[in-house]
Design a binder for this molecule. Structure first.
Ligand SMILES: *[C@@H]1O[C@H](CO)[C@@H](O)[C@H](O)[C@H]1NC(C)=O
Ligand SMILES: *[C@@H]1O[C@H](CO)[C@@H](O)[C@H](O)[C@H]1NC(C)=O
Ligand SMILES: [Cu+2]
Length: 321
């Protein structure tokens, strides 16, 4: 490429930025992320039309999660990202706003033991008592998902991880959107299919094909990665649902707007009195195994505090019509 071509490209990029953002921000060299491609194509969104759907299930696998009851729910039209928010998208946000995530402020985040180097593993004692495969790793964050000897330089199209609810919310607002409500998310996930386990139907592997990035093998001893991935997959590697949405099951948990909901209650309330409302996550992740965390079903849900982060938590954004 000649210098003239190169300058022309830079000029075109600047014009496109000014048009699309209304303002010119110089790309900064934030945290050695200058190798990130600049040709970001903000995630195309999918229109989900107004209508009722059946949320939840009357055959809950984890009743205490609040998977049930099955209830008819009206959701107005909205837009939802076709893909989970990627590292490449998140880096644009950080470049332009200087945003610092909760994991960066805390100086650590949670990573599964099988994803970090042996050396790092041997230095860590802090794990989760009820789930010892989760380790608190110093300096693990969105741009170094497995701690300071890792990076995202070959993972630009993977979902961003180690983002808290607060971080996800900030990103979506910057995008002139918001996080989807749980009802919106679940309606989109079901994609018009009623009473199905998964976004594509009831069979976990139709025709023996992998439809989602989850854990194969024995949990937590060994992930055989028969679906091709031990940890995150680039977004859009598995079949889309009927609405053209990708990775609504598996890959990374996705934050939604709402507080935790207890079945039978009138609405979102605190799960543990005095602790404050937790936020809901949907969809399961690459670390979900059928025998242990069978939560890549449409009705599944889990919760976490708004400042929590981990290597298997991400999000996608919604927008009003
Ligand atoms: C890990 O545990 C050992 C022995 O219990 C202790 O000496 C060391 O300081 C701990 N390291 C960290 C990072 O907590
Ligand atoms: C990023 O990580 C890859 C391995 O995933 C490694 O080969 C590469 O050298 C790292 N890059 C930097 C700048 O540390
Ligand atoms: Cu997998």
């Amino acid at each position: 490429m000649s210098i003239q071509h190169y300058l022309l490209l830079i000029l075109m990029y600047s014009i496109i930025q000014v048009i699309s953002q209304g303002v010119w921000y110089p790309p900064s060299d934030h945290m050695h992320l200058s190798s990130a491609p600049h040709d970001v194509d903000l995630t195309p969104m999918v229109l989900i039309e107004t209508g009722n759907f059946y949320m939840g299930t009357d055959s809950p696998i984890f009743p205490l999660d609040g998977e049930g009851p099955r209830r008819e729910t009206l959701v107005s039209s909205f837009y939802l990202d076709r893909y989970e928010t990627t590292n490449l998208e998140f880096v644009q946000f950080v470049r332009k706003t200087g945003y610092v995530t909760d994991a960066e402020k805390f100086g650590n985040s949670f990573v599964m033991y099988n994803l970090i180097s042996e050396e790092l593993n041997s230095q860590i004692n802090q794990s989760v008592a009820s789930a010892p495969w989760w380790l608190k790793v110093d300096e693990a964050n969105w741009y170094q998902p497995e701690g300071k000897d890792s990076n995202i330089s070959i993972r630009w199209h993977h979902p961003v991880t180690h983002v808290s609810w607060t971080d996800a919310n900030a990103y979506c607002h910057w995008r002139h959107g918001r996080l989807p409500s749980e009802a919106e998310w679940e309606k989109a996930s079901r994609g018009g299919l009623a009473d199905r386990l998964f976004p594509w139907g009831n069979k976990e592997m139709p025709s023996g094909q992998h439809y989602t990035n989850i854990w194969q093998g024995d949990f937590p001893e060994r992930n055989t990665a028969e679906d091709g991935y031990i940890a995150t997959a680039p977004v859009g590697q598995f079949p889309a649902n009927k609405l053209g949405l990708y990775d609504m099951a598996g890959n990374v948990w996705e934050w939604v707007q709402d507080d935790w909901y207890i079945p039978g209650s009138k609405g979102p309330i605190a799960a543990n009195e005095g602790v404050g409302p937790d936020k809901v996550m949907k969809g399961g992740s690459f670390a979900c195994h059928r025998d242990y965390c069978y939560r890549y079903r449409c009705a599944s849900r889990t919760k976490n505090t708004a400042d929590s982060s981990a290597v298997h938590i991400g999000f996608r954004c919604a927008q009003d019509v």
